[in-house]
Design a protein around this ligand. Structure first.
Ligand code: F6R
Length: 260
């Protein structure tokens, strides 16, 4: 089962996850990071950037794969995930931009972009740690309900609910692309460690379904129950619909080593 860790702030979640990533990079200077976009991972990137500023380590060999990309936005559009990951992670962390890859969102290449991306992940030796947020639909990556647990990087159609959620980054919902390229649930399952973060009560149903619900493609986040090494970091609001809270707290309080 997933290790479930409770935090009282997004900053505390960021500190925990950043410490784990920093330690990974120290052990493996060319570590492969799986990078989510959106609001949820911002505290992780901010904490890691602060840690690297206070006590620098060499990150020049770190590699990264973004989870997803909109189809049809030019790469230099401010809301393309290429732009977002550059702004939120590559620049603040001082990563080498040429080592950070994003799925291709060019409509001309969507039939082959997924397989090409999968080949690059395999050639890199796989993802060491995958940072994940979760959508209100229960999606991880942009694997909307019904996505196969065996799915690999491919084009997906975003639900109206997800487009409405992401409309905050665009002038209107009509400007939110309908399609995306996303790592599949099968791709995510291949990463060696998953760190899923969620904050706020609007994520409570999705977290309960992911951590404790039936394993079903109707709740794509439940794919984490099939993975041997998952850390779920949640605030009290996002954790509010979990049943086994006492056990998670007990396990965390008695963990034989510090950190995640
Ligand atoms: C982002 C991604 C999505 C988001 C999810 C939550 O790369 O793949 O699964 O993590 O939509 O978004 P936020 O964090 O903005 O609430």
């Amino acid at each position: 089962m997933a290790e479930v860790v409770f935090v009282d702030s997004e900053a505390a979640a960021g500190t925990l996850a950043a410490a784990s990533i920093r330690s990974l990079i120290l052990q493996k200077p060319d570590a492969v990071l799986g990078l989510a976009t959106g609001s949820t991972p911002l505290s992780v990137y901010a904490a890691l950037a602060a840690s690297l500023k206070a006590d620098p380590i060499d990150v020049s060999r770190v590699r990264g794969f973004a989870l997803d990309e909109y189809v049809g936005l030019p790469a230099d559009h401010p809301e393309s995930y290429r732009s977002v990951i550059t702004r939120d992670a590559v620049v603040p962390l001082g990563l080498n931009p040429s080592k950070i890859l994003v799925p291709g969102g060019d409509p001309a290449t969507i039939r082959t972009a997924g397989l090409d991306y999968e080949a690059l992940i395999v050639a890199a030796g796989g993802v060491d740690v995958q940072i994940l947020g979760i959508g209100r639909t229960g999606h991880v990556g942009f694997n909307e309900p019904g996505s196969s647990f065996a799915s690999l990087t491919r084009i997906k159609t975003l639900t109206e609910k997800t487009r409405a959620d992401n409309a905050r980054f665009f002038p209107s919902i009509d400007d939110v692309p309908i399609h995306c390229m996303t790592q599949g649930l099968g791709t995510i399952l291949r990463a060696r460690h998953l760190i899923l973060l969620a904050f706020g009560d609007e994520k409570a149903d999705a977290i309960a379904a992911a951590v404790e619900g039936p394993v079903t493609s109707s709740k794509p986040g439940s794919v984490i129950q099939l993975h041997p090494h998952v850390t779920v970091i949640v605030d009290e609001a996002a954790a509010s619909k979990l049943q086994n809270l006492d056990y998670y707290r007990y396990a965390w309080a008695n963990k034989p080593w510090p950190g995640i």
